[in-house]
Design a protein around this ligand. Structure first.
Ligand code: GLU
Length: 448
């Protein structure tokens, strides 16, 4: 049977690189195994979920190259969750409780004060129908708790190996709030069961949920999927990445000009046994990602690695991969190939090519400093067009012979005059693109 996986973000913010991790682990797992990948929007929190964030999530996933086999929203499936809740109530696994948050907090403090674990004491299970009626007459509405079975919940985690959680150490989880809305726990199980999810791959912040959810799967008579809990990305200093880190949002990284495959490789290879390296597509990345090789230690993420990784990726891109972007910078199609070959090794981001196209195309103000004689000699040394990659050597040989200059004393003044900069791509490649007319003007100190 082909695996079925899902990525289940809440549309309450933009995806950041830390969320890209479960999205990719799932999508890559589906690719490796010929399985299906669903996008599920966990939007039962209607106060914080918005259609705009949902649309942004789909767009950001597309940018990473992730196209789900199907997408659905939990807000459209409330009747299905209601039916499951009724079944759990009928089986005595879902019970009403009436404590206010304040009452629960006071009880928790008392337990801690006595050195007891702060686990819900199930007082609500002992309420008589009359007591419940009295509480409701006071205007209280119940929230609903799932009655956990005692004992140890075990599973074989694809990342963490054999796992066990003592159910007695957990409070019976609230599945339905006072206002009748669902917390994430039950809808997730119902959806996973109904869509035939075979593997739940998600962050290790869900390990405790897993123990609870395994019991809910069983209570609903559904098969329990395989679980894999990957480590979470942290900052270099070990803090979690919060949604507020806007510059690490996928759209922020896209706007900053990073390649999606650099972001994807960094998102999933960080904290794994594989070295972080550039990849050309998700298939190549899928071949590198094995859940069994994901480390259990936090995945320390250094955003500065992104520049180096992006640069390595860009240096290897063929012109065809960037043709649209070069055209958008104004590079004519018949010059794109030559231009790209000359500049790509100097780029961190493809968008940096704009700077070099400006150097080619002008107008730029040459830096001529103290070297008018040398530049005059260079003007004389410019051969007639057509120019090619040998022209630069011809010019510099001519200037060397006439002036006796060599090395930096020869090359730097020429570069400053021709490009206005003291660094940049090989002039053998740039000069033919700049062309004779502009070169002559710049060597004369004119803006061109
Ligand atoms: N909406 C949950 C989250 O974003 C989904 C967790 C899961 O994959 O089950 O954390």
């Amino acid at each position: 049977m082909a695996p079925v996986v899902r990525f289940a973000p809440s549309p309450t913010g933009f995806l950041h690189i830390g969320n890209a991790r479960p999205a990719l682990f799932n999508a890559l797992f589906a690719r490796r195994t010929g399985g299906q990948f669903w996008l599920r929007l966990d939007d039962t929190d209607t106060a914080r979920s918005t259609p705009e964030f949902a649309a942004a999530i789909e767009e950001d996933l597309r940018w990473l190259g992730i196209v789900p086999d199907g997408t659905f929203r939990q807000s459209e499936r409330l009747a299905v969750y209601d039916a499951a809740a009724e079944r759990l109530k009928a089986a005595g696994r879902l019970y009403p409780a009436y404590e206010t948050p304040d009452e629960l907090e006071r009880r928790r403090r008392r337990q801690l004060g006595r050195g007891l674990p702060p686990v819900y004491d199930r007082a609500a299970l002992k309420l008589t129908p009359e007591e419940k009626a009295a509480l409701e007459a006071e205007g209280r509405r119940p929230h609903w708790r799932f009655r956990l079975d005692p004992g140890t919940v075990t599973w074989d985690d694809l990342v963490r190996g054999p796992c066990h959680v003592e159910a007695d150490s957990l409070s019976d989880p609230v599945l339905i709030r006072e206002d009748g809305s669902y917390l994430y726990t039950l809808p997730s199980v119902v959806d996973d069961a109904e869509t035939g999810v075979t593997h739940v791959i998600r962050g290790e912040d869900h390990v405790t949920n897993t123990a609870v959810q395994i019991q809910i799967f069983s209570a609903l008579g559904a098969p329990v999927p395989v679980f894999a809990h990957h480590n979470l990305l942290t900052t270099a200093s070990g803090e979690g990445l919060s949604k507020r880190l806007g510059h690490l949002s996928l759209r922020g990284l896209r706007a900053a000009g990073y390649e999606p495959m650099a972001v994807a490789a960094l998102a999933v290879l960080t904290g794994s046994a594989e070295a972080v390296r550039p990849v050309s597509d998700l298939d190549e990345l899928a071949a590198l990602v094995d859940l069994a090789h994901v480390s259990r230690a936090p995945a320390k993420f250094d955003e500065h690695e992104l520049d180096g990784l992006n640069a390595r990726l860009v240096h290897g891109l063929p012109c065809a991969a960037v043709a649209d972007r070069l055209a958008a910078l104004g590079v004519p199609p018949d010059r794109a190939e030559a231009f790209w070959e000359v500049v790509r090794a100097n780029l961190t981001r493809v968008s940096d090519a704009a700077e070099w196209w400006r150097v080619v195309q002008g107008p730029l103000t040459p830096v001529t400093g103290e070297t008018p004689d040398l530049l005059a000699v260079a003007r004389q040394a410019l051969p007639p067009e057509p120019w090619d990659s040998g022209t630069w050597k011809q010019v510099t040989d001519g200037v060397r012979t006439a002036t006796g200059l060599k090395g930096k004393a020869l090359f730097l003044p020429l570069r400053l005059a021709l490009t206005g900069l003291d660094h940049g791509p090989d002039l053998a490649g740039l000069l033919p693109l700049i062309g004779r007319e502009r070169a002559l003007a710049r060597l004369s100190g004119e803006t061109a």
